[in-house]
Design a binder for this molecule. Structure first.
Ligand SMILES: [Zn+2]
Length: 574
């Protein structure tokens, strides 16, 4: 072994040891790694000790960034982290029978799907997978005023993207005749009545817990009015069907809620065929029963309604599911309510429903959140509790980063570029790996001696200083001005202690912009005027071959996603 080979071997292990320990290598640890790899070196222990002392000294002057960059060049295989796959499963489900758990995804198609729906959907899906059974996709679309056709597909696409395969699909609006039949049964059984109180009157009486006179009118009158509703004799608000609940209950949802009402609006699926529509609780109670739902897993804002829905089913002789409630998913600084998002769009503060700062599925896909990261987030971190919990994007991003790292191609990107001319390099083609540890193939760059490099990296290196262009060469800086640096290159392996920089050959350069989405709201609730930063820079031409949605790591900058906007990338995370 030549002394240069020995130095390279020591260098590799010194970098690895420093990489594992925050930038600081230990001589002893390096010696034992070197000897483990080449036991015959014990015979020249003195020479080895000298090399280790010298190389570790140099490595310990390097920044952690330079150490990482160099290690990824000389021994990328040593960077594969030992991942702990201590997978936590979701907590057991009460009353679950193996092979017979039926859950549901119950979106209301009145807005675009967002991250909360995805996480909730995953909980329902993962439980069905865990025990075996079925999961329904059921559109709760019985409010014709709110429902829009494009939103159905938003959920179908979103659930598919997140990896959910549902066993059955239906719309509540398919079952109007069923809702009518059961409403008649309730009226005939004295469990529902037709009320002609005005809206304000009804609200006042419900709030005071006082029944109106219609509650005690004879069933024939109720049936007459109900038939009149179906025949179109009444306009909106004139008559509604109310459940006989408990007017004195502290749970106000039980105070004789409306279950059927006239709505004069065209439904996107059924057109103007129906004018009498079920309310949410009434439709859901019946649907959960006839779909055979065994477990209703949902966010706790629905909790007061469980009692009402169980009452409706009891009146109809239907069985009740087990309810598991958890707090809704909130992410710091990010609105998920449709009203709030719509207002941001109308005020021009965000560009649309897929603005990369939002939490709709279209937005989070645009900024590179992967479905496997959402799944891991649910399995490992979601607490099915009813105490309010605001999740941090950082946690989700940290999970996402590990998944993205495997599939992101590495490419050079230079922010705030300056030109560098190097002598001693000539024209050559270099093949560079697209990934340091996975076999994603190479890309080829033609080098001519003129490069763009980050200005800030050369500023601190004076004339005569030495630097490495990653994967290419070391060079000595001869002169540097604001616009241009010149130097002399020596091709060869990395040298201990050298700063490592990114580069783009001038003839391979394309201009790109990177959008950096931040939090829309500051902790004090005010809109963050700096929530979208734009960074311009130069990237290697290879980026043009990336498809929209591809992940790329601009080394020393961050993980980005190729966007559908021209020449644009969106930063996922650093
Ligand atoms: Zn009344």
């Amino acid at each position: 072994m030549t002394s240069e080979d020995l130095r390279q071997l020591v260098y590799k292990w010194a970098l690895k040891n420093a990489y594992d320990h925050g930038g600081s290598a230990q001589e002893k640890a390096v010696i034992s790694k070197v000897i483990a790899e080449r036991p015959e070196l014990k015979t020249i222990i003195k020479e080895l000790l000298n090399a280790v002392r010298e190389v570790v000294g140099q490595v310990n002057t390097m920044s952690l960034d330079a150490i990482t960059q160099t290690l990824s060049e000389v021994a990328p295989e040593l960077m594969i982290d030992r991942r702990t796959d201590a997978k936590r499963r979701l907590p057991p489900l009460p009353n679950a029978v193996e092979g017979n758990v039926v859950t549901r995804l119950p979106p209301e198609p009145s807005g675009f799907m967002h991250i909360g729906h995805a996480l909730s959907g995953l909980i329902n899906y993962l439980y069905k997978e865990m025990y075996g059974g079925k999961v329904w996709l059921r559109f709760e679309d019985t409010d014709p005023r709110k429902v829009r056709p494009e939103y159905y597909d938003s959920y179908r696409d979103g659930y598919s993207w997140v990896g959910i395969r549902w066993d059955h699909e239906k719309n509540n609006s398919d079952d109007m005749e069923l809702f009518y039949r059961n409403a008649r049964r309730l009226v005939e059984g004295g469990k529902a009545y037709a009320c002609t109180c005005g809206r304000d009157e009804m609200r006042r009486l419900r709030s005071d817990g006082i029944p109106c006179d219609h509650r005690s009118q004879p069933p024939e009158v109720n049936l007459e009015l109900w038939d009149g509703m179906l025949e179109g004799r009444y306009s909106e608000g004139e008559v509604s069907l109310r459940l006989v609940g408990d007017m004195s209950s502290t749970n106000t949802t039980l105070r004789d809620p409306v279950i059927m009402r006239v709505v004069d609006a065209v439904h996107p699926l059924t057109g103007d065929r129906y004018r009498v529509w079920p309310t949410y609780d009434y439709a859901v109670s019946i649907e959960d029963a006839i779909c055979g739902i065994t477990h209703v897993l949902r966010t706790s804002e629905f909790m007061l309604r469980d009692e009402l829905q169980n009452l409706i089913r009891r009146y109809l002789g239907m069985s009740n599911p087990t309810f598991v409630e958890y707090e809704r998913f909130e992410f710091e600084g990010t609105p998920v309510s449709r009203r709030e998002i719509r207002s941001l769009i109308e005020r021009g503060l965000v560009s649309g429903w897929n603005d990369p700062r939002l939490a709709t599925i279209a937005s989070i896909r645009r900024r590179g959140i992967l479905p496997q990261a959402l799944k891991e987030f649910v399995e490992r971190y979601v607490a099915l509790t009813q105490s309010r919990k605001v999740y941090s994007w950082d946690l989700l991003y940290a999970i996402n980063r590990r998944h993205v790292d495997d599939l992101a191609s590495r490419m050079f990107f230079v922010k705030d570029p300056m030109k560098l001319k190097l002598d001693g390099i000539g024209e050559l083609d270099v093949d560079l790996p697209l990934h340091p540890t996975r076999n994603l193939g190479n890309r080829r760059l033609r080098v001519t001696g003129e490069f763009y490099v980050p200005a800030e990296d050369l500023k601190t290196v004076g004339e005569g200083g030495r630097v490495r262009l990653k994967h290419l060469c070391n060079f000595t800086l001869k002169s540097v001005t604001d616009k241009l640096a010149e130097g002399v290159a020596e091709l060869g392996p990395p040298e201990p202690g050298l700063k490592v920089i990114q580069w783009v050959p001038v003839n391979e350069a394309v201009e790109v912009q990177v959008l950096i989405p931040g939090r829309l709201f500051n902790p004090d609730g005010a809109f963050n005027e700096e929530s979208l930063e734009i960074v311009n820079g130069i990237a290697e031409r290879t980026v043009n071959s990336l498809e929209v949605g591809s992940h790329v790591q601009f080394e020393r900058f961050g993980y980005c996603v190729k966007d559908s906007l021209p020449k644009t990338f969106i930063l996922s995370h650093r």
